[in-house]
Design a binder for this molecule. Structure first.
Ligand code: NG1
Length: 362
């Protein structure tokens, strides 16, 4: 395996990193100009970077087992290189001169589990470029560029949550985000609690096509209601005259925004858990982005001692569930829930707290 010394011919000029995110409340609200409450993951993506010294970009990742090389006038092929190239091209579009670079990427974030490994790669790349080239870029603008890289270069029509969370969240507080204004502030976790994140082991197959379908349904609902975005609807009764499925989609978004606003005021651990459960039921019944495995995993989590609430996290159709637990009970609750869930030969596994045997692996 190529290590950083071989790759750079010595030490890299700069190192940077960025976390993934776990969203606790506010799902499918970001592209409706709404509100959300993610936290950063303990897992991070690390980017080492130097000027390349020739006229080619060279990207390498032992984690993705991938090498990408391209001349400065051409493009990276689709894959992990497109996220990095997107960041480079968009920084250039800001009028900043970017020389050909060598970029080395490692990560302990699981890919495809809904923890936003792509946002972590974009934010870590932009942080490394900012450190190497010394240009001014605040953390909100950085998140916006990272989101554009995802939309324009990885061709995923996403909202701003993941990149804002990766750029501004920390592991111990939640980050309240207003997706319209990008106003954001840290909110304390409910007292004496900790989180569990469990991967269902089910890949998110339909996520991309259904994601775009849900976006279109929400845009249609806001057109019919005569508002710029569903964030502008604050009375849940207003959606009841819509045809189906716009009515159910809009009901989810309006109520989910209200849940985030309530939680961001600071609620008890028990109430936060109830809001998470209500969010899951709404994603299952009204937004229809859950699958039976995620429902079942959440039920097993809710049944485990010390768990206050559980929901799917991220876009849905597979990926991970998050649960709020009483402090000190997370690891055991996750193990209990997984023992039941994995009985049918499933591949569920704990992602957070990071299992001891995975700590320090990069
Ligand atoms: P994930 O779970 O990372 O695919 C997606 C969107 C977010 C947000 C959530 C749903 C991407 C990259 N991100 O997250 O912007 O809309 O779904 O809340 O598609």
């Amino acid at each position: 395996m190529v290590n950083t010394d071989n790759f750079f011919g010595g030490a890299p000029e700069v190192n940077a990193s960025a976390p993934g995110r776990v969203n606790l409340l506010g799902e499918h609200t970001d592209y409706n100009d709404g509100f959300m409450l993610p936290v950063a993951t303990p897992q991070r993506t690390l980017v080492a970077m130097s000027r390349s010294g020739d006229d080619h970009f060279h990207f390498y990742s032992p984690t993705f087992d991938s090498t990408v090389t391209f001349a400065s006038g051409s493009s990276a092929p689709q894959g992990f290189g497109s996220y990095i190239e997107g960041c480079i091209r968009l920084v250039q579009a800001e009028g900043i001169e970017v020389p050909p670079l060598r970029v080395y990427v490692t990560t302990d974030l699981p890919v495809g589990s809904g923890l936003s490994s792509s946002a972590a790669l974009e934010v870590a790349t932009l942080r490394a470029m900012r450190a190497l080239l010394g240009f001014e870029l605040d953390d909100v603008k950085l998140a916006r560029i990272a989101q554009r890289a995802e939309i324009e270069y990885a061709h995923v029509n996403c909202g701003i949550m993941d990149q804002m969370a990766s750029s501004l969240a920390d592991e111990t507080n939640m980050l309240f985000i207003d997706a319209r204004t990008l106003e954001h502030h840290l909110v304390k976790m409910p007292p004496d609690t900790e989180l569990i994140v469990v991967d269902s082991g089910i890949a998110r197959k339909l996520a991309a096509s259904k994601y775009n379908e849900r976006r279109a349904e929400c845009e249609d609902a806001s057109r019919r209601l005569g508002v710029q975005a569903l964030r502008d609807v604050t009375d849940p009764a207003a959606v009841e005259g819509l045809p189906s499925p716009q009515r159910e989609r809009a009901r989810h978004v309006v109520l989910e925004n209200l849940r985030v606003l309530e939680a961001a005021q600071g609620v008890s651990a028990e109430r936060f858990g109830e809001l998470m459960n209500a969010s899951h039921f709404s994603l299952r019944d009204d937004y229809e982005v859950s699958i039976p495995e995620l429902d079942e995993l959440c039920e097993h989590l809710r049944a485990a001692p010390g768990v206050l609430g559980a929901r799917l996290t991220g876009a849905g159709f597979g990926g991970a569930c998050v649960a709020l637990c009483r402090a000190g009970q997370a690891q055991e609750a996750a193990a209990t829930a997984l023992a039941a869930y994995n009985r049918q030969g499933r591949q569920g596994r704990i992602l957070v707290p990071v299992p001891t045997e995975q700590k320090g692996q990069q």
